[in-house]
Design a protein around this ligand. Sequence first.
Ligand SMILES: Cc1cc2nc3c(=O)[nH]c(=O)nc-3n(C[C@H](O)[C@H](O)[C@H](O)COP(=O)(O)OP(=O)(O)OC[C@H]3O[C@@H](n4cnc5c(N)ncnc54)[C@H](O)[C@@H]3O)c2cc1C
Length: 283
Amino acid sequence: MKLPFVLAKRFVAGESFEEAAPKVQYLNDQNLKLTLDLLGENVKDKETVDRTVTAYIDLLNGIKKQGLLSSISIKLTMLGLDIDIDYCRDNLYQLLDVAKKQDQFVRIDMEGSPYTQLTIDMFKDAFAKYGRHVGTVLQSMLHRTLDDTRDLAELGADIRLVKGAYKEPSDIALQNMPAIREAYKECAKILLDKTPFPRFGTHDDELINWVKDYTVEKNIAKDRFELQMLYGLREDTMIELTKDGYKTRVYVPFGTDWFPYFTRRLMERKENIWFVFSTMFKK
Ligand SMILES: Cc1cc2nc3c(=O)[nH]c(=O)nc-3n(C[C@H](O)[C@H](O)[C@H](O)COP(=O)(O)OP(=O)(O)OC[C@H]3O[C@@H](n4cnc5c(N)ncnc54)[C@H](O)[C@@H]3O)c2cc1C
């Protein structure tokens, strides 16, 4: 049974690009850059994957044609990682060929821990071939991430650092917020010290203020890193940060397959449940 989209509309910009377009344009008009994400994950059949690849190529072309300030994010399990690794890589490279030709950028989102090593390996191969047109994501909650951060920072990779949105067991990931925040700061230091343009995906004031203070202390300019948040959350804060001279970006998901993304938003913060109800009853 498919749930009604009204439930998700606080966090998801529309069920199609056309439906999301006015919100996308509005955010760009506020000088916020975007990452567009066509929702979907763990696709098990090639027909759906092939359709997704075409939809992503159309999206890259649409962004170019409309002059939007937007990159895209993809999930490897939407490009066939659960079916076959080489098939998934071919699909990713199809998108990256377009992105490179049109001077665009594709970020590989990070999924649950069964996919961490596969994602990093595929990112490294893609980075060797496509350089600044591809980036990925690291999750500070994983025990392995400090090592991964050092490794990818050494390459000068374009990394979005987040806490991690997937429930993981204690042998794989930190379980309490103070430890996850401390790990985030350690990774952020490495990325700020060693990579040209790190991105910080968080709504957490403690971390945002820490990044601001650390960069002042180290004399790192405001235009040498980016602060990123998710669509529907803290939009006013993003606008304020932009006015204060920080580089900002909003991650804007859209598409019909919104349920897993929507569930992760509800699980990570109880206030998000109230947001859903308040949006439902707004005209
Ligand atoms: C741009 C972006 C891309 C992401 N990409 C990925 C990805 O590829 N893979 C992945 O696993 N995860 C991804 N995530 C999700 C991420 O891992 C976290 O699950 C999510 O961001 C919640 O953590 P948080 O640090 O934002 O705040 P939380 O840990 O949820 O909250 C910490 C504190 O921050 C403050 N806060 C949080 N939300 C709000 C709010 N709406 N308003 C006011 N204060 C608030 C509160 O003080 C709260 O106590 C992404 C997140 C962002 C922002």
